[in-house]
Ligand binder design. Structure first.
Ligand code: SAH
Length: 249
């Protein structure tokens, strides 16, 4: 059977580029996104009853990687990026049908102007098309006996995070608009988003990741991630940084 999927809505996310996005939802609780439904799906009766659920499943399109097609095997960063596993054994974005599945916290359901879902803890890129929303059903979806193959637990990296004095001030200022910003930076950098192959080659290298309208700059100093600056960027500018094309799981 073949059929066409139509986006029911689009994501506006704190994550403006792929680099740095956690490999799964729930790892960075401070992440924020909103899902705005589009006509003809933006009717309040289509979400009636959803407000009683704390979490929802989203089925979405990997619009940022779809052009790269799919591969039968991928190298999960979890395994150091040097072992190949079957695409269907991983959560890689490079799939025959580029569909993602994420469970996220439903913080607020706003039906005052169209339908907007405020979401927490997601792993979604800004602009992601969403094809379906399903309520998370604890009685069916919580499986305490489940076994997690090559990814049995949360990734065990816990990078300490520091801020330089000036970066701390910049974050504090920006927090007036984005109260979750400091936690977001801390929770995100804790997983050390540097590509696996980077290793310790260049100690002085500065990394940048775009969150909201900021370019967050950090360096690794003696095993800690030190945030050195928060630079405001023109939202219209074509921003690019070293992207991390490792296959996530
Ligand atoms: N939880 C989903 C996604 C796992 S892959 C699933 O299991 O299907 C997670 C990675 O997807 C993130 O690291 C991010 O870089 C990437 N990602 C998120 N939204 C994307 C999009 N719209 N297009 C391409 N990649 C995306």
């Amino acid at each position: 059977m073949q059929f066409t999927l139509t986006p029911i809505g689009f994501i506006e996310s704190c994550y403006k580029e792929k680099f740095g996005i956690p490999r799964q939802p729930g790892l960075v609780e401070a992440a924020r996104a909103s899902l705005r439904l589009v006509p003809p799906f933006d009717r309040d009766e289509a979400v009636r009853g959803l407000e009683g659920f704390s979490h929802v499943w989203l089925i979405f399109g990997f619009h940022g990687t779809v052009e790269q097609g799919w591969k039968p095997t991928v190298r999960p960063p979890r395994l150091g990026g040097n072992k190949r596993l079957g695409v269907f054994a991983t959560r890689s974005t490079f799939r025959p049908n580029p569909l993602g599945l994420s469970v996220v916290r439903l913080l607020k359901l706003d039906t005052t102007q169209g339908v907007v879902l405020e979401l927490g803890g997601g792993d979604l890129l800004d602009g992601t098309p969403v094809y379906d929303i399903k309520p998370y059903l604890p009685y069916a979806d919580v499986l305490p006996e489940a076994v997690g193959g090559f990814a049995p637990d949360v990734p065990d990296v816990a990078m300490p995070i520091q801020f330089t004095e000036s970066a701390a001030k910049q974050v504090q200022y920006a927090s007036r608009r984005y109260p979750n910003l400091q936690s977001l930076i801390e929770q995100m950098l804790r997983y050390d988003p540097r590509p696996a192959y980077f290793g310790d080659i260049d100690q002085n290298r500065q990394f940048g990741v775009r969150l909201y309208e900021f370019d967050v700059k950090w360096r690794i100093v003696e095993g800690s991630a030190v945030v050195v600056a928060l630079e405001r960027i023109d939202p219209a500018s074509k921003y690019s940084s070293k992207s991390n094309d490792a296959d996530p799981t």
